[in-house]
Ligand binder design. Structure first.
Ligand code: AP5
Ligand code: MG
Length: 216
């Protein structure tokens, strides 16, 4: 099964991806995570990506398309299917993805758009904390770790705020993606692949809607 998870910054793509990849045998591919890892490791990709991600701008399509194409060609993805989180984010990326999948004789099964009002997103992003060691995502109020100050996944006690979650950057990220998302939604709607779900519900309820779409 091949899934695309869409939504504005903070809509819950990463959070829902963690649930989906527990229950379904798909490979989670988050372009944002790939860029953040490259930045952390100071690779050439990271040095280039940082110029854009730090300010909440999009990394150029030729870079992003190239790395997703490479990942989709790998054997684990061919065997298990993919769940794309944060890609495609421009119409050109959506078209490049269509071409790549055609070449692989593969196709998208579901495009799920997690719909959340921009004002709610600001509150979510400002309260997001991320485990410094394993990258697990929490929210100080809406989704805190089970034991205060301790990561559920790896037990680390160090949490950080993402550079692009600083209050002065959040508004720009949301506005930019409001503009670029609309044509992609139309593209998948025309192909009959799109389902919109209400992302302004507790995390478990959003996930229940996703399960209804993906099937047991
Ligand atoms: P990326 O990492 O993809 O960031 P994003 O799209 O801005 O999305 P986020 O990761 O911020 O939000 P999310 O939807 O995953 O929400 P989360 O589950 O964490 O990209 C980062 C950057 O990389 C981009 O800005 C760009 O520069 C670059 N990039 C990436 N992909 C690219 C591409 N394709 N092309 C070009 N550039 C690209 O949840 C957010 C918070 O809310 C958390 O604290 C969570 O606990 C909480 N929460 C989640 N669900 C709920 C709920 N239902 N109720 C209450 N709280 C909730
Ligand atoms: Mg994310």
């Amino acid at each position: 099964m091949n899934i695309i998870l869409m939504g504005l910054p903070g809509a819950g793509k990463g959070t829902q991806s963690e649930h989906i990849s527990t229950d379904y045998p798909v490979i989670h591919i988050s372009t944002g995570d790939i860029f953040r890892n490259a930045i952390k490791n100071e690779t050439p990709l990271g040095v280039e990506a940082k110029k854009y991600t730090d300010n909440g701008n999009l990394v150029p399509d030729e870079i992003t398309n190239g790395l997703v194409k490479e990942r989709l060609n790998q054997q684990d993805v061919q065997d298990s299917g993919f769940m794309l989180d944060g890609y495609p984010r421009t119409l050109d990326q959506a078209k490049a993805l269509d071409e790549n999948l055609k070449a692989l004789d593969s196709k998208i099964d579901h495009v799920i758009y997690i719909d959340v009002d921009p004002e709610v997103l600001k509150e979510r992003l400002s309260g997001r904390i991320v485990c410094a060691k394993c990258g697990a995502t929490y929210h100080k109020v809406f989704n805190p770790p089970k034991i205060d100050g301790v990561c559920d996944v790896c037990g680390s006690t160090e949490f950080v705020q993402r550079e692009d979650d600083k209050p002065e950057k959040v508004g720009h990220r949301i506005q930019l993606q409001l503009d670029t998302t609309r044509p992609i939604l139309e593209h998948y709607e025309q192909l009959g692949l799109l389902t919109r779900i209400n992302g302004e519900q507790p995390i478990e309820n959003v996930y229940r809607e996703i399960r209804n779409i993906l099937g047991e």
